[in-house]
Design a protein around this ligand. Structure first.
Ligand code: FAD
Ligand code: PYC
Length: 417
């Protein structure tokens, strides 16, 4: 059989302008009815559809995306992957995801460029250091890799960082998760999309869900910009727009939508081979494989749906980074952007059935859902297929907002909320 990746084919495509490349996934018209509809073609929605087809043999699945797949937070995030959460429930969920990340390129047969270069969370006050030691101990008890570093350890690993006591907030230490790292965000969406398509999932872009139809307390399908589509099960994975979708079903979600901004610099030679996060100065930074410094801030203080950046955030964010890395003061910034994150009061997600039978929500990942993408899709697929939570997401039910069993992960959120 002729290998479609052969040199001959590469040459042929280079002279034909790539015009005959096969599509990575189909673009079908929506069918009138599916077994499961997933609303939202971000990483979480695509992963949910993939695992529904692959692990639960659900036959007719559609992913409906109002824009293009990965065009929401999946394609706008800064790709930090780690599992160093404090409480057992969150630690187990994020660790499941990290384990999936470790085999994901092979699983999807698509290079998601997962680079385990480690993630460092800096401490600048005695209370930061107490929290770091507590969280690191909790992680180790859960079998999650974690080390506590001294300023000298940090300086050895990151020569450009300022660990002197001249800094406004001197660095007193850090936690370090060696298995954490970064990945290629859009490759994650494309990899899951292609693999889901191979399992027969219909990925329908430019198809906005405008209503959720119900009868006798059960979902019957969705109204869309391409007409009504019937389904007995609908899973909503719409990140910053989750509360808009919930309203369509007569539900209220305990969620606020906030812009979260990031920016990248011009490409530099390799200068930083790990990820640095600091909540005290409100900034985090890594260097992409292209050489750009990838920089982000805490959430904007106001709520809103504008996927834009703003000068005040850039100014504060860049000042924070220059406090940590004075040498970066001469680096030029190339571009900045914003995404809309769905923030829950306890900085933990909702992965849950709802009072409407057959309607499920996966949302509230706030500033930290990229790392959770495979694990989130895996447990959400289980929840939809069996109409019951997996033990890994049972604690993330909507019920916790009635019972009060909140899981406060603000400390581990990594960026300020
Ligand atoms: P999305 O990718 O936003 O997908 C939701 C999709 O739903 C969108 O494509 C949207 O168009 C679609 N949609 C909405 N409404 C409708 C509708 N009515 N009909 C059809 N489709 C609809 N997390 C980390 O773990 N690490 C990080 O380093 C990190 N950095 C971040 C930096 C920034 C600047 C931002 C904005 C976020 C960051 N996050 C990070 C958070 C992370 O990006 C998100 O939690 C995660 O990507 C959410 O994935 P998703 O698939 O749920 O959402
Ligand atoms: O959750 O690790 C994280 C993160 C980093 C930047 C934004 N979110």
């Amino acid at each position: 059989m002729r290998n479609k990746y052969s040199i001959f084919n590469l040459l042929r495509h280079s002279v034909t302008g790539h015009s005959n490349w096969p599509e990575a996934w189909r673009s079908p018209d929506p069918r009138p009815e599916y077994d499961v509809i997933i609303v939202g073609g971000g990483g979480h929605g695509l992963a949910s559809a993939y695992y529904l087809a692959r692990e639960h043999s659900v036959g007719r699945i559609a992913v409906l995306e109002k824009g293009w797949i990965g065009g929401g937070n999946t394609g706008r995030n800064t790709t930090i992957v780690r599992s160093n959460y404090l409480w057992d429930e969150a630690a187990h969920l994020y660790e499941k995801s990290l384990k999936l990340w470790e085999g994901l390129s092979q699983e999807l047969n698509y290079n998601v460029m997962f680079s385990q270069r480690g993630v460092m969370n800096l401490g600048h006050t005695l209370q930061d250091m107490r929290d770091i030691v507590r969280r690191s101990n909790a992680n180790c008890l859960n079998g999650i890799d974690s080390e506590v570093l001294t300023p000298a350890d940090i300086k050895q690993m990151v020569p450009l960082i300022d660990v002197s006591d001249r800094a406004r907030y001197p660095i007193l230490g850090a936690s370090f998760q060696p298995r954490g790292g970064v990945a290629r965000h859009d490759a994650l969406a494309w990899g899951f999309a292609r693999a889901a398509d191979r399992h027969g999932v219909d990925i329908i872009q430019n198809c906005e869900v405008t209503g959720i139809r119900r009868k006798n307390g059960a979902v019957t399908g969705v109204e869309t910009s391409r007409g009504f589509i019937a389904a007995p099960k609908v899973g909503v994975v719409a990140a910053g727009h989750s509360s808009v979708l919930a309203t369509m079903a007569g539900l209220r979600m305990p969620i606020e939508s906030h812009p979260l901004q990031a920016l990248v610099s011009e490409p530099l030679k390799p200068v930083l081979d790990t990820v640095i996060m600091s909540n005290a100065v409100h900034g985090y930074i890594s260097q992409s494989d292209k050489g750009e410094l990838v920089i982000g801030a805490g959430i904007d203080a106001y709520t809103g749906y504008g996927q834009r950046g703003s000068f005040s955030i850039i100014e504060g964010n860049v000042s924070a980074i220059v406090e940590l890395f004075p040498a970066f003061s001469r680096v030029r910034m190339l571009r900045q952007w914003g995404g809309i994150v769905d923030v829950c009061p306890d900085a933990c997600p909702i992965i849950s059935r709802t009072p409407v039978k057959g309607l499920y929500f996966n949302c509230g990942w706030g500033t930290g859902g990229f790392k959770a993408t495979p694990g989130s899709g895996w447990v959400f697929a289980y929840t939809i297929a069996r109409d019951a939570p997996h033990r890994l997401n049972a604690a993330f039910d909507l019920e916790r907002f009635y019972s009060g069993a909140l899981i406060d992960e603000h400390g581990a959120a990594g960026v300020a909320h």
